[in-house]
Design a binder for this molecule. Structure first.
Ligand code: PLP
Length: 444
C-alpha cells in the first residue's frame, strides 16, 4: 500500500473522491493538499507556506480567514442553522439584500439569492426570459453569449459560454443561443495597460445578430465585463457602452456576469461602476462571502422586478429557487464580508494598488516566451508562447515552477492568470512577478 506521506493517506484512500476540473489520476499520483490558510498564505500538508496569487479561486478578496467572518458563521450556526426561503425567511437575508443594494449601481436593487455563480447565471437567464413573458413579449427567448465567456457549468451557463473544451462533451446545449465574437486581438492589443484602445467596434456584432435573428426574438445578452477564466480580457474602451446602446435600441436585457468582477476586484464594489456601464441584471458569487460559504446572487433592476409584480398578489411570481437560497450561514458570512471590506476600505485600496500591480506585471515584457501581459484592477494574465504542437504545456511548466517556489498561480490555456486577495502588499506583488520571471527564464 503506497502512503501519501504528508497526510498519512493511502493512495487507495484518495480514490473515492472524484475531483472537479482536475486530472484525477495525475493528481492522485502527486496530490496537492492544503491544510490551512490565513491572510495571503496557504499552508500545504507538507507544512510549506504558499503565497496565494489567485484569492482561492477568484473569491477570497479580503484574504483567508478574517476573524469577523469566521465568528459570524460560528455564531449564526448556533442560532438558526437552516430555514427554507420558500414562503418564509429570516432577518439576515433582508439585511444582506439591503446592504448589497447599497453597493450596486443605482437602480439595481432587487436581490435573488442562490448558492454559486453557476446558479446565479442560470437564474439570471431564466429571469430574463420570464421578464419578457411577464410583459406579454413571450417570443423573446434567444440568449446571446460571447466567445471565450465562462458562465459556470449549468446547462444554461454552458450554453451561453464560449470555451469549446468546456462544452464539447455534453451533447446539445440550449437551443436559441448565439454568440458574439471575443474581444481579444494580440496584434492590436498586446501589452495594453487596462482597457485596450482597439476593439469597441466588435460590439456592433450584436447589431449584426439582430439582422440574422430579428431583435424581437432576443431576450438577453450576457457577458463578463472582463472575461475572466477565458484569460483575463479587459473590455476594449467603448465596447460595453456600445453593447448597452444596442440593447437599449432593441429592448434586449443586458446581463453582466460579475462573479469575478463583483466585490471589489476592479476597485469599485462592482465592475459595472468601475467601467461606467449599467446592465439590467448582475450576477455575483465568490467575493459575496469572501469564499467562506457558498453563495451567489442575481441583482435585478427595479424595472425587471416590477414586471413580475403585476399579477395576483397571492400568486408566486417566479417559479424558481433553491433549497439553500438565502441560507442563514451564507447571509451571516455575506454581511460580515461587507463589514470587512468596508473596514479595510478594500475597494478604494484596490483602485490605488492596481497602479503598482500594473507596473510590476508589465515589467515582464521582454522576458523569454512572454507574448502579452494584460491587466485591470487586481487581475492580470501573462500570456506565454506555446511550444509547437503542445498548447498549454509551457504555461503549465511555468505554473509548476511557481508552485515549487511557493507562489500559487493559475494556468488558463497558454496564460498564467492572477487574481490575488485584495489585501496584497507591494512586497507580495513583487514576489509574484519575480517568481514568474524566474520561472519563464528557467523553462525551455
Ligand atoms: N461566472 C463567472 C464569470 C465565473 O468566473 C464563474 C466561476 O469562476 C462562474 C460564473 C461559476 O461560478 P461557480 O463556480 O460558483 O458556479
Amino acid at each position: 500500500m503506497t502512503i501519501v506521506p504528508q497526510m498519512n493517506l493511502s493512495r487507495e484512500a484518495l480514490e473515492p473522491y472524484w475531483l472537479p476540473f482536475t486530472a484525477n489520476r495525475a493528481f492522485k499520483a502527486n496530490p496537492r493538499l492544503f491544510v490551512g490558510a490565513k491572510g495571503m498564505y496557504y499552508t500545504t500538508a507538507e507544512g510549506r507556506q504558499l503565497l496565494d496569487g489567485m484569492a482561492g479561486l477568484w473569491c477570497v478578496n479580503a484574504g483567508h480567514g478574517p476573524e469577523r467572518i469566521t465568528a459570524a458563521i460560528r455564531e449564526q450556526a448556533g442560532h438558526l442553522d437552516y430555514v427554507s426561503s420558500f414562503q418564509m425567511s429570516h432577518p439576515l437575508a433582508f439585511k444582506l439584500a439591503e446592504r448589497i443594494a447599497g453597493l450596486t449601481p443605482k437602480g439595481l436593487d432587487r436581490v435573488f439569492f442562490v448558492n454559486s455563480g453557476s446558479e446565479a447565471v442560470d437564474s439570471a437567464l431564466k429571469i430574463a426570459r420570464a421578464y419578457h413573458r411577464a410583459r406579454g413579449d413571450a417570443g423573446r427567448t434567444r440568449l446571446i453569449g460571447r466567445a471565450k465567456g465562462y458562465h459556470g457549468m449549468g446547462f444554461g451557463g454552458l450554453s451561453v459560454a464560449g470555451i469549446a473544451r468546456h462544452r464539447r462533451d455534453f451533447g446539445p446545449l440550449l437551443a436559441d443561443v448565439d454568440h458574439l465574437p471575443h474581444t481579444y486581438n494580440r496584434e492590436h492589443q498586446a501589452f495594453s495597460r487596462g482597457q485596450p484602445a482597439w476593439g469597441a467596434h466588435l460590439a456592433d456584432e450584436l447589431e449584426a445578430l439582430t439582422q440574422i435573428h430579428d431583435a424581437s426574438t432576443i431576450a438577453a445578452v450576457i457577458v463578463e465585463p472582463v472575461t475572466g477564466s477565458g484569460g483575463v480580457l479587459p473590455p476594449p474602451k467603448g465596447y460595453l457602452e456600445r453593447l448597452r446602446a444596442i440593447c437599449d435600441r432593441h429592448g434586449i436585457l443586458l446581463i453582466f456576469d460579475e462573479v469575478i468582477t463583483g466585490y471589489g476586484r476592479l476597485g469599485e464594489a462592482f465592475g459595472s461602476t468601475a467601467l461606467g456601464v449599467t446592465p439590467d441584471i448582475i450576477t455575483c458569487a465568490k467575493g459575496m462571502t469572501n469564499g467562506a460559504v457558498p453563495m451567489g446572487g442575481v441583482i435585478a433592476s427595479t424595472k425587471v422586478y416590477d414586471a413580475f409584480m403585476a399579477g395576483p398578489e397571492a400568486a408566486v411570481e417566479l417559479m424558481h429557487g433553491y433549497t439553500y437560497s438565502g441560507h442563514p450561514l451564507a447571509c451571516a458570512a455575506g454581511l460580515a464580508a461587507i463589514d470587512v471590506y468596508e473596514e479595510l476600505d478594500l475597494f478604494t485600496r484596490t483602485a490605488t494598488m492596481s497602479a503598482y500591480w500594473e507596473k510590476q506585471a508589465h515589467s515582464l515584457q521582454g522576458e523569454p516566451h512572454i507574448v502579452d501581459v494584460r491587466n485591470i484592477g487586481l487581475l492580470a494574465a501573462i500570456e506565454i508562447a506555446p511550444r509547437p504542437d503542445e498548447p498549454g504545456s509551457r504555461s503549465a511548466a511555468a505554473g509548476n515552477l511557481c508552485y515549487e517556489a511557493g507562489v500559487l498561480v493559475r494556468t488558463a490555456g497558454d496564460a498564467l492568470v492572477l487574481s490575488p486577495p485584495l489585501i496584497i502588499s507591494e512586497a507580495e506583488i513583487d514576489r509574484i512577478f519575480d517568481t514568474i520571471r524566474q520561472a519563464v527564464r528557467a523553462i525551455a
